[in-house]
Design a protein around this ligand. Structure first.
Ligand code: HEM
Length: 227
């Protein structure tokens, strides 16, 4: 297969298949089994490792995801911010720090699910596939930051227009065709994860329990003898 056809497949056909699957199956699952829209908590089964895994992972992934969204939505503002080298360094180092935090938390999540029998028993094959995908995505993201730096600049100038071209239904692969293999891998795996999203526990991202921010705290009491 020539490079041209491979690029068309990976950066046009595959993204549309994944985005279509995401929208269709997310709505379908919500309508058919809305009570499955959760990342069922395993905190009651094991609480020691839980905190040091799930919490850093979420602080990391939420900041990294928000960073990608901002670069996608307001690329010009990012480029203007980066016009001063010091500000570029601050942005790059902060993004890398949150990427590393994501990785540390994610390794914690996987080790916890491997090492505790109760948690292992409630972990499905889909969970394992998802964890491998998230690990590869996080490792490739950190590698991109290390080996192809100044991503905040070239994402805004190249990847943002590519992503917009996809959403505007006028795909233009020329923005990504000459990208390094590592960057291409990160993009392809991102679309595959979006396509896999509705079949996994990731659906919980769409049902954030906002009322937790203002409702009164709830006290849980255990009755019965200890041990
Ligand atoms: C939008 C805000 C988010 C909220 C409020 C949220 C909340 C939660 C909660 C409550 C759990 C269950 C933890 C437990 O008690 O066991 C969880 C687990 C999880 N979340 Fe999120 N999450 C968010 C975003 C994300 C994002 C963006 C990802 C992206 C990959 C993600 C991936 C995961 C994974 C993989 C787990 C399973 C960890 C495990 O139990 O081993 N979350 N999340």
């Amino acid at each position: 297969m020539s490079q041209h056809f491979l690029d068309q497949f990976l950066f046009v056909a595959l993204p549309y298949v994944c985005l279509f699957t995401f929208f269709l199956m997310t709505v379908y699952r919500y309508r058919m089994q809305s009570f499955s829209y959760s990342s069922l908590s395993s905190q009651f089964l094991e609480n020691k490792h839980h905190f040091w895994a799930v919490v850093p992972f979420h602080y990391g992934i939420l900041v990294v995801t928000a960073g990608h969204m901002i670069a996608f939505l307001i690329p010009r503002t990012i480029l203007a911010w980066n016009s001063h080298p010091l500000r570029l360094y601050v942005l790059e180092v902060s993004a890398l720090a949150f990427g590393l935090l994501t990785l540390v938390g994610l390794i914690g999540v996987v080790v916890r699910r491997f090492s505790n029998t109760k948690i292992k028993n409630v972990t499905t094959p889909t969970d394992w596939i998802l964890f491998v995908m998230l690990l590869l995505q996080t490792i490739s993201g950190i590698s991109v930051a290390l080996f192809h730096p100044w991503g905040s600049a070239w994402f805004a100038s190249n990847l943002s227009p590519y992503l917009w071209s996809i959403f505007k239904l006028n795909p233009d692969v020329s923005y990504v065709a000459a990208m390094p293999h590592l960057v291409k891998f990160h993009i392809v795996l991102a679309f595959l994860t979006i396509g896999f999203f509705p079949f996994t526990r990731l659906v919980h991202v769409l049902v954030i329990p906002n009322p937790y921010l203002w409702r009164k705290p709830q006290v849980v009491r255990w009755y019965g003898r200890r041990g």
